[in-house]
Design a protein around this ligand. Structure first.
Ligand SMILES: [Zn+2]
Length: 718
């Protein structure tokens, strides 16, 4: 581990986003004592930008009025380094107030009329090509890092370039580089701006490149990272041209904000309970070699003066650790979490941070075991995603799939369109494509070959109907695999809609008491497709036209049968495919009826064509995660997070769960060499039945979190 840079090891971070007066009587010794008590190994504090927390000598400086003679930052860096704790400085080039703007208005973003872009009523924003965020930011960064021996820079925040900018710099560059004038329209997401959006994304990318290379000119062990919102923040990604794909290229570790009172879903007070594990899985899919971190707050972000609900905060931390993630506690007032208005959660990290500290070597390289993966496609997201869930046609599909996978204890990760390769696909038993509308011909060939050679595929709705540029295909690109052709028609099946059962004996309808029903649920939207395969046995369910439920006397039809399949189950080459013409994935999220969850689960199990990695009697409210060391495939960790308790959010209590049993299937020729409980709250046992190639794990009682390390070896008798 010693040859690694510090940011390549598990990170346990604490950030104090200081208000201006918070540096008065700064007590570096107390901050360090707090960090040591909970087991943190990295501190993030303000350097400057909007307000400078040091005697800044650059043009447009705005020095903290409480700075005085104390060099609190130098004292903190020395005290942290003496305790072997790293320090990252937060620099913020999101803008300046009007007084500074008036000194240099040509450095900042402008609208088409020449007025400034304004953030939070008075902050004047820069753009990605103007002087403020480029020459000035680089000079600033260089001077700052020459003065302070920080271990890294956190750029908060990168997403300042919202919409089009008409400053002189942008106008000139755009003309030079495209031969066009910057278009003018109220709708930035319209095709009018397609070329401009791509152009701006290129300049945002170059901005990150400049910032990173400036940081790295001070040494490879200096880390660069910045705030980029998560995989569901489509609005911000489209407006700025920046998303987590850029993070993969430029950051030394990957992180995504995931506050409990999170901003990912406007209108939602609390983010989903599985948000931390979901975030880590996605970040690890982007680059498994980098540390993946959840940025949360033990005091919230919307209500930042008050502790976040405590029970859920603990769930948040254990979830993060269960899939091999790191933790970044961000708080917005006071010098450290033990010195702020509300200190009730100040010690809440301690058990989780200590767990990470104690098992640092084991946790560093853990990757989710992947029976299946959700395919994540940026062009599909940009075309169909929306920050408002009622308008969204992408993120909610992914969330529905994740809900099913988590509830059913199916081990999964993501595959992104950055690296959909035959090699990656061959590690999966089945691939899930939730409304993956945009696929290139090359991607379609890769998927077809993967299924032909024995891979499984579950696809929904408009998957493969467009190419990667957004051009409509005459039919599904994967029509041959689906056994379906689109008629060009779709139906709003948002109410009073059902599916007619055609093949009650098929495994896709298993465990649904199907002998006692002719119909199952349908909701959201349904494409009318024609079956184009060979055997009628493959049509599992068909579309039923809406049966209006009022007036009840009229609520009937003798036309239950139509020719339009909603679920098709096919064998293709050596592989299996399930195609849902409806939005079963989204319905798992928005509706949650067991017919949706069960058919989707059955689809994954049937297309996998072989037993999944683990089975368990754990209830849905216990998250079971199996991870494997990327550098040592014989090293596995099984983690269980208890979320059993209240039926309402936020949860106030956890109810312990007893007598949990988990069976892990081993690959042929492998057996258990040994096991160690990394955390066991009560009793438990690990037994390997060699002749059955499986490990049976028993946990007598789960209160919050349990984890066991499993060491495998070759079965020498084979
Ligand atoms: Zn500009």
């Amino acid at each position: 581990m010693n040859s690694l840079h510090w940011y390549q090891k598990p990170l346990r971070m604490v950030q104090s986003v200081l208000r201006e007066p918070d540096i008065r009587n700064y007590r570096a010794d107390e901050v360090v004592r707090y960090l040591q008590t909970i087991g943190a190994n990295c501190m993030i504090v303000n350097g400057g930008g909007v307000i400078d927390y040091f005697p800044n000598k650059t043009h447009l400086a705005r020095i903290n009025q409480f700075l005085g003679g104390q060099d609190w930052l130098a004292e903190l860096i020395d005290a942290c380094h003496a305790a072997d704790i790293k320090v990252i400085a937060r620099l913020d080039f999101r803008g300046v107030e009007p007084e500074r703007y008036e000194q240099q208005p040509d450095w900042f973003a402008q609208d088409a009329k020449g007025d400034p872009h304004v953030l939070w009523k008075f902050i004047r924003r820069p753009c990605y090509t103007g002087e403020y965020a480029n020459g000035h930011a680089v000079d600033y960064l260089r001077q700052f890092m020459s003065r302070y021996a920080v271990d890294g820079i956190w750029q908060n925040c990168l997403n300042f370039g919202i919409g089009p900018c008409y400053c002189q710099s942008c106008r000139t560059l755009y003309r030079q580089e495209t031969g066009h004038e910057i278009p003018e329209s109220d709708d930035y997401t319209s095709p009018v701006f397609a070329e401009y959006r791509a152009w701006k994304a290129g300049h945002a990318d170059r901005h990150m490149q400049r910032m990173r290379s400036t940081v790295k000119s001070f040494g490879e062990d200096k880390a660069y990272c910045a705030e980029i919102f998560g995989m569901f923040h489509v609005g911000n990604a489209v407006q700025t041209g920046i998303d987590l794909y850029n993070a993969r290229d430029y950051f030394d570790f990957l992180l995504s904000p995931a506050f409990q009172d999170g901003s990912a879903h406007p209108g939602r007070k609390y983010d989903h309970l599985n948000a931390p594990a979901s975030t880590i899985r996605f970040l690890k899919a982007l680059d498994p070699a980098k540390q993946a971190i959840v940025l949360y707050g033990n005091n919230g972000t919307k209500w930042r003066y008050i502790k976040a609900p405590s029970t859920e905060t603990r769930i948040w931390l254990w979830q993060t650790l269960s899939v091999g993630g790191g933790m970044w506690n961000c708080m917005f007032n006071g010098q450290h979490p033990g010195a702020t208005e509300d200190t009730r959660n100040a010690m809440i990290e301690q058990p989780a941070y200590q767990y990470s500290l104690l098992h640092e070597d084991l946790l560093r390289n853990q990757q989710p075991v992947t029976d299946t993966a959700i395919f994540y496609s940026k062009p599909s997201r940009d075309a169909n995603g929306h920050d408002r869930e009622e308008l969204d046609q992408y993120g909610t599909m992914i969330s529905g799939v994740e809900r099913m996978l988590t509830d059913c204890h199916i081990q999964y990760s993501f595959i992104t369109d950055l690296d959909l390769t035959p090699e990656k696909l061959m590690t999966l038993k089945t691939l899930i494509m939730p409304n993956t509308t945009h696929l290139s011909d090359e991607q379609i060939t890769i998927i077809r070959d993967y299924v032909r050679r024995g891979g499984g595929l579950v696809a929904t709705y408009q998957t493969s109907l467009f190419d990667e540029q957004g051009a409509r295909r005459p039919d599904f690109g994967l029509s041959d695999l689906f056994g379906a052709s689109w008629t060009g028609m779709w139906r709003d099946t948002g109410s009073d809609c059902y599916q007619l059962v055609r093949q009650p004996g098929h495994p896709v309808l298993a465990d649904m008491d199907i002998d006692h029903t002719r119909v199952i649920m349908n909701e959201e939207q349904t494409l009318l497709v024609r079956y184009s395969g060979q055997s009628d046995q493959e049509v599992i369910c068909t579309y039923i036209p809406q049966i209006d439920n009022q007036p009840p006397e009229f609520a009937w039809t003798d036309q239950l049968e139509t020719e339009f399949p909603t679920i098709i189950a096919r064998e293709y080459g050596q592989g299996r495919v399930i195609y849902f013409a409806n939005q079963t994935d989204r319905s798992c999220y928005t509706n949650g009826h067991e017919d949706f969850i069960q058919t989707l689960e059955n689809a994954v199990r049937w297309t996998a064509g072989q037993p999944l990695s683990l089975s368990t009697n754990a209830p849905e409210s216990v998250q079971v995660a199996l991870t494997r060391d990327a550098a040592d495939s014989d090293s596995l960790i099984l983690s269980l997070v208890n979320m059993t308790g209240s039926t309402r959010r936020p949860m106030r209590q956890l109810v312990s769960v007893r007598d949990l049993e988990i069976t892990i299937q081993l690959d042929a020729g492998t057996q258990l060499a040994g096991s160690d409980w990394l955390r066991c709250e009560h009793g438990g046992s690990v037994v390997c039945k060699g002749e059955q190639q499986q490990i049976d794990i028993r946990i007598d009682q789960l209160d919050e979190f349990a984890a066991v390390h499993l060491r495998l070896e070759d079965d020498h008798e084979n």
